[in-house]
Design a protein. Sequence first.
Length: 219
Amino acid sequence: MPSIKFIPLTMLWVLTLVNIMNFIDGIDGLTTGITLISAVALATLALLLGRYDAAMLAVIVVGITLGFLPYNFNPARVYLGDGGAMLLGFLLAAISTEGALKGAATIGISVPILILVVPVTDLLCAVVRRMQKGVPIYQADKSHFHHRLLDLGFSQRQVVYVAYLITGFSATMAILTAHMTRAAWIVALLLGLLLMYGSMRVGMIKPFHESHKGDTRDV
C-alpha cells in the first residue's frame, strides 16, 4: 500500500501536536482558544474540500471548546490539565490527518502547520533554546511564548488575545492558500521567520551568533 510510507510521518505529527498543545497550556484559555480557532479553520477547509468526515469532527471540537472556553478563560474556574490539552492536540491531529491522507485536493500538512503556527513556533524555539543551553530538550523552563510576554508586562488576557490574533490571521491565510500548497508553505515560512525573530526579541531564544558565548544572563 503506497500510504504505508506515510505512517511514521503521521505518528510523528500526532505525537507532536499532542505535546505542543500541552506545552502552551500555561495560562488560562490559551490552549482552548487556539484549538477553537484552529478547529473553525479546519472545519471550513474540510467543507470547502468536500471532506465531510473531517468537517464533522472539527465542528464537534468547535462545540467542545466553545462551551468550555467561558469557564477556562481568565480567571479560570475549570482547567484543562495535561489530559485535556493532550486530548485537544490529538483531536486536531486526527482532523488534519483525515484531510491530508485522502484525495488529490487535500488539506496538505503545510496548512495545519500554518494554522498552528503559534504552538509550532513555540516548540521550535523551546528545542533551539534548550540545545543552546546544553540541557535536555524535554526539560521544562519558563521561557515559552506566554512566559516571555508576561515578563514584558502583558496581562494574562493580553497574552491570550495576542495568541488569538496571530492564530486567527494564520488560519485566514491557511484558508486562502489551501489550494496552493506552495503558497501555503511560503506563507508558513514567512510567518515562522517573523515569529522566530519576535521570539529572539522577547528573549525566548538567543540570537544564533550569541549562542556559542554561553549563558551570560538569566532569561
